[in-house]
Write a protein of this length. Structure first.
Length: 191
């Protein structure tokens, strides 16, 4: 799809301009905005539901909510933070109904193409131990750890998404790291 063009002929790079276009009835603008965040939404959906079909349904649910509530977006935060807040709440409400949350750490495994089979096995064992340890964290810690380490979200953005104070998020991440370090030390994995 060609990018939306503003009256000056420049490609639109600003979410707020796309939002104004959407509110004015421009369907292409919504398609472009959805395309910008599709991968991020899919990743969050996959961390909640652990399968592609439910993640696709999640994306649709989130995009419908965003479209229906776009007029209420006040611009007090970045659009991406507002969208992720809607996505996070949608995911949390869904997992509360099903009582399941799966961390992105479940799929976290970084391969080094130059490593020996022994090194690959050791790395794989360490990654499994980390996944297991993260899966045993309390849900409130797992969510903060996922957003901080796997989405590279700053504490302030995590706070806006989760509704938690920044100091609480810092505390959750700190405590989660401490728990993980202790568990991995017990397993002989931490260095």
């Amino acid at each position: 799809m060609k990018p939306i063009i503003d009256p000056s002929g420049l490609a639109v790079a600003d979410d707020s301009l796309l939002c104004r276009e959407i509110l004015a009835g421009n369907e292409r603008a919504f398609a472009e905005l959805a395309g910008r965040y599709r991968k991020r939404l899919f990743g969050l959906g996959y961390s909640f539901f652990k399968n592609a079909d439910d993640s696709e349904d999640f994306i649709q649910d989130v995009l419908v909510k965003v479209y229906l509530s776009l007029a209420q977006f006040r611009g007090e935060s970045r659009f991406s933070t507002w969208l992720m807040r809607i996505a996070y709440n949608t995911g949390i409400n869904s997992i509360r109904r099903t009582k399941e949350y799966t961390s992105l750490a479940e799929d976290f495994d970084i391969a080094d193409p130059g490593e020996s089979p022994e090194q690959e096995h050791l790395r794989s064992c360490a990654a499994s131990a980390v996944r297991e340890a993260v899966s045993e964290l309390p849900e409130r810690y797992r969510i903060c750890v996922d957003m901080y380490f796997f989405y590279d979200m700053p504490y302030a953005d995590i706070g806006e998404v989760t509704g938690l104070p920044v100091n609480t998020i810092k505390s959750h991440v700190f405590r989660a790291k401490k728990i993980l370090r202790e568990r991995l030390d017990e397993e002989g994995v931490a260095e």
